[in-house]
Unconditional design. Structure first.
Length: 291
């Protein structure tokens, strides 16, 4: 009996030693492999940002290089709660596209990071998922711009190209939906570190909630408009978080970028946000950088 009791005690202690975060981790998959940005540097940073919350178990699926054999790229989307795209490149196989559409439509999460909204201009469902995107010969046929008019976001079908940006610089991000779980507790304005400020994004613009924007000033060769930079989109039963921030290392080191990515990914995966806003979150006039 003594030996049995000791064995049972050892088993209990072993179980108690397993971190609860590991047992309940949200499985996330980052997709990369092609991008006009430095994905080999940024993907590890994105992975670290998510994993350090203790909430996510993150895998990476790297697509074949440009002009490679894309027919082999078939990630097991169903094994995950949320997909994070750091991909901007050639079309995925039709089978992979259909599996991804089903994944989101049936209630899972998707996070589009920066140039991921440049991808797949011809893929209708993907463009509906991201709401608005840029480049890839997008124009008025791709859908309208989103424009801030009298405090409300409206669609603008004015003809023109989709996607541009001025000189990289630090800029103030303005919150528009302070009660949304992703934004709850964040300041009304905060200074984001040097980044590309995407402007003139356009697309289907369906079921989009603009969480935050920034003024793309003409002095920095921007559009002169407030541009949507943090958005949520519903697609079927699924939830999409779209961040146009995160061009390179300095932008990704911004505590504001990291916090909104962490909270946006949790929301996309679960529909809720349990994370607290860090004490070193940037203020309206001061950038805050991670180590």
């Amino acid at each position: 009996m003594i030996h049995q009791a000791k064995a049972m005690l050892g088993f209990v202690l072993l179980v108690l030693s397993i971190p609860l975060a590991d047992a309940a981790a949200i499985k996330a998959l980052i997709i990369d492999g092609q991008n006009n940005h430095d994905w080999k540097t940024t993907t590890p940073l994105l992975k670290k940002i998510l994993e350090e919350t203790g909430m996510f178990a993150v895998d990476v699926a790297t697509a074949p290089p440009a002009k490679g054999d894309m027919s082999s790229f078939k990630p097991d989307f169903a094994a995950y709660r949320v997909i994070v795209s750091n991909y901007n490149g050639e079309a995925w196989p039709k089978e992979t596209q259909e599996a991804f559409e089903k994944f989101v439509r049936d209630g899972r999460g998707f996070v589009s990071v920066h140039a991921a909204d440049n991808s797949f201009p011809e893929w209708a469902a993907y463009n509906e998922m991201i709401g608005v995107g840029g480049w890839g010969n997008r124009n008025e046929k791709s859908g309208p711009y989103l424009r801030l008019r009298n405090g409300k976001w409206v669609t603008d079908p004015t003809p023109g190209s989709g996607g541009s940006h001025g000189a990289q610089h630090a800029f103030v991000v303005q919150t528009h939906e302070p009660s949304h779980p992703i934004m709850l507790g964040l300041p009304a304005e905060w200074l984001h570190s040097k980044d590309e400020l995407y402007d003139r994004l356009r697309g289907p613009a369906k079921n989009v909630t603009v969480l935050a924007s920034a003024h793309a000033t003409k002095e920095t060769r921007g559009s002169g408009e407030h541009e949507p930079l943090l958005m949520t989109i519903s697609y079927g039963q699924g939830r999409v978080f779209h961040t146009a921030l995160g061009h390179a290392t300095e932008a990704i080191r911004c505590v504001g970028f990291a916090t909104t990515l962490q909270r946006g990914t949790e929301w996309a995966a679960t529909g809720a946000v349990t994370q607290q806003v860090p004490a070193n979150f940037p203020t309206a006039d001061k950038v805050s950088l991670r180590p």
